[in-house]
Design a binder for this molecule. Structure first.
Ligand code: SF4
Length: 144
């Protein structure tokens, strides 16, 4: 029986990224052979529009490039993503690297200069706290 895999919707080519672009980063047909794919987009679930001004984590907060604080949107989106994971008995997730929501291990550092720092996106952090194993598209080989 195929396992359920939570996946960042933008990795499937759904145009929910901040810039509204459709960018497929993974071999979807290979993944489908092995998993039931359950797409999520925490930023949309948190009430943010597409396209939107990019955001980055700054300490405990998430700020848009224009300075607006969107921390609560990110938290709401993370909780909704966790609800979907729990409702589907998910224990594995494939999330978009470096995103302030979905990134794992390395994210942009809050300076909007393309600089990376150690850390996780808000949704990835919550999912991992709840014992869901998170991979990024850069670790796809480990899932296939
Ligand atoms: Fe992709 Fe996650 Fe950003 Fe949504 S929140 S666009 S799924 S990286």
């Amino acid at each position: 029986m195929k396992r359920n895999l939570l996946i960042s919707a933008c990795l499937l080519g759904i145009p929910c990224r901040y810039d509204g672009k459709r960018v497929t980063k993974v071999d979807v047909s290979a993944l489908r052979k092995k998993y039931n794919l359950i797409p999520i987009c925490p930023e949309i679930y948190g009430g943010l529009p597409t396209p939107r001004i990019p955001s980055e984590r700054v300490g405990g907060r998430v700020l848009m490039k224009d300075g607006r604080d969107v921390t609560e949107n990110y938290k709401r989106g993370a909780e909704a993503s966790l609800d979907i994971a729990k409702a589907n008995g998910v224990s594995l997730a494939l999330l978009k690297a470096r995103s302030p929501s979905c990134g794992k291990g390395l994210i942009y550092d809050g300076s909007f200069s393309g600089t990376l720092t150690e850390g996780d996106g808000v949704a990835a952090e919550l999912l991992m706290k709840e014992e869901i194993t998170v991979f990024t598209e850069e670790e796809l080989d480990l899932l296939l």
